[in-house]
Write a protein that binds this ligand. Structure first.
Ligand code: TTP
Ligand code: MG
Length: 488
């Protein structure tokens, strides 16, 4: 039996939902994104793309290119709801689904094409069904493997339905640039080009990968295979979440340590709730910092014992932040030398005795390391982020075992949405919500004690999940879809 993989990707997903829910938007350029001066475009309708607007572009630029467009703020809950609906429809065709993002998935459809007159008819049936039930259009690609199926779904967007038949893989790939190979990011692309490899056909001309090894090392075989249309990866229905993160781009740059402390408290609280919800423990904590000149740095630390505790995440963030600031300014943080040594040990000590999943730490429970202040940054900070990775499942209780098999697919999708959310970096969109929470009505900052109270109060409110859906980083679509998608 021949293997057939289908890749589906909704057209202009957020914008199409806005047009669906607001019929008066149909046929008009619709731009979804952060509406503040620092907002970026999450996506836009194909009508807006004609003006040159695209995802991750600053809204201010979009407004110059398309002044008469309809600009709307994202409604993540609604998009997630539609996403679930679409995944349920696809599940009626096959249980073998690998969700890749909120609007994208692989479907293992081998064998199913015999139930239709061929792969194209199968693709048509799924497309039609999604359209009938949701009014939304998917672009689909069907091919002998994942790499080609994903490529195919993009070849004729929007409303695409492209089949790459057996035997034509190399021919279709030959004229395409090497950056279309999964895992070939800008850095690898540059290296390959220095070796004279610009198009897939240049790699196809090689008898094997050996000439690529000096350029790209152990990635050579994979790159050679993909350029030749060879990809044996299975559709992974149980792909695990790799990381959970939160980050913010601030409407006004942060300039003092106390504001930064508050942000990390908030992130730590949010991440620990999300981990606990999924019964996960994280091994590695990383912080990300972007200065106002867009220089971006990150630092990470592996915990001795995996944790889901906000105070462990917070204290590790404190440690990493102060180390980073020390490196940057060659200054010591406020506090004695002993404090700093203690801080180094704190994460270690704390993470060993924090197994309870029922933590409810108030700010006063943060322990002695909270005596150490966050150092002031050397310059204005535009973005902060905190991510927990190296996720392991906590040993489940009897009840949750039952629960998890029952809701397996939902959990997987929720996981993908979570990890997707963690990739949506440039969160001008979200910053509005956080900003309001942290500010009085007149826009002035509340006193710090009030802010802490706000954070503590929030830690009891499970419903305060933010609608963060802005994105920026080239990590999107590359970051979370398995090892092949990492830049090398
Ligand atoms: P995409 O599938 O990349 O984009 P799209 O569905 O809007 O358009 P198309 O597939 O037709 O090219 O992303 C799916 C959704 O993810 C998108 O509607 C909004 C969100 N997203 C962002 O928020 N920021 C981004 O930079 C990108 C690329 C997507
Ligand atoms: Mg899409």
């Amino acid at each position: 039996m021949r293997r057939w993989i289908m890749h589906v990707d909704m057209d202009a997903f957020f914008a199409s939902i806005e047009q669906l829910d607001h019929p008066e938007y149909k046929g008009h350029p619709v731009i979804v994104g952060g509406l503040s001066s620092r907002g970026v475009v999450a996506t836009c309708s194909y009508e807006a793309r004609k003006f040159g607007v695209h995802s991750a572009m600053p809204i201010s630029r979009a407004k110059k290119l398309c002044p008469d467009g309809i600009y709307v703020y994202p409604r993540m809950d609604r998009y997630k709801e539609v996403s679930h609906q679409i995944f349920s429809i696809m599940k009626e065709f096959t249980p073998h689904i690998e969700p890749l993002s909120i609007d994208e998935a692989f479907l293992e459809v081998s064998g199913m094409s015999t139930m239709y007159s061929g792969p194209k008819a199968l693709g048509r049936a799924i497309k039609d069904r999604v359209f009938e039930e949701t009014g939304l259009i998917i672009s689909a690609g069907l091919a002998p493997n994942k790499f080609l199926a994903k490529l195919a779904s993009d070849l004729d967007k929007p409303d695409g339905l492209v089949v790459i038949p057996y035997g034509r893989e190399k021919e279709i790939l030959a004229p395409l640039p090497i950056k279309r190979i999964w895992g070939v990011g800008p850095r690898t692309e540059k290296i390959l080009k220095t070796g004279g490899f610009h198009l897939m056909r240049h790699i196809q001309a090689l008898p094997d990968e050996s000439s690529l090894i000096p350029l790209v090392g152990n990635q050579a075989r994979r790159i050679w295979e993909l350029a030749n249309g060879i990809d044996d990866r299975p559709v992974e229905t149980d792909r695990k979440i790799q990381s959970i993160g939160a980050e913010e781009t601030y409407e006004e740059d942060l300039t003092d340590g106390s504001a930064i402390e508050l942000e990390f408290r908030y992130f730590a609280n949010r991440l620990s709730k999300r981990l606990r919800k999924r019964n996960l423990l994280g091994h590695t904590v990383s912080i990300k910092v972007r200065y106002d000149d867009f220089t971006t740095v990150s630092r990470q630390k592996r915990l001795d014992t995996p944790s889901d505790h906000e105070h462990v995440f917070f204290e590790t963030a404190l440690l990493l932040w102060n180390k980073l600031m020390q490196d940057k300014t060659s200054k010591k943080p406020k506090g004695t030398k002993n404090d700093i040594e203690l801080l180094g040990a704190t994460t270690k000590v704390k993470s060993t005795n924090l197994k309870s999943t029922n933590s409810n730490y108030s700010s006063s429970n943060y322990g002695s390391s909270s005596e150490i202040a966050f150092m002031d940054p050397p310059g204005p900070i535009r973005l902060l982020g905190l991510t927990v990775s190296g996720l392991d499942e906590e040993v489940p209780m009897q009840d949750s075992l039952f629960e998890s098999s029952k809701n397996e697919t939902e959990n997987k999708l929720a996981g993908v949405l979570d990890s997707l959310e963690s990739k949506f970096g440039e969160t001008a969109v979200m910053s509005g919500a956080l900003w309001q929470r942290f500010h009085g009505d007149n826009g002035t900052r509340r006193k710090r004690s009030e802010l802490k109270a706000a954070v503590d109060a929030q830690s009891t409110n499970e419903d305060v999940e933010s609608n963060k859906m802005d994105k920026s980083l080239d990590l999107y679509k590359n970051g979370d879809v398995g090892d092949l998608n990492e830049d090398i």
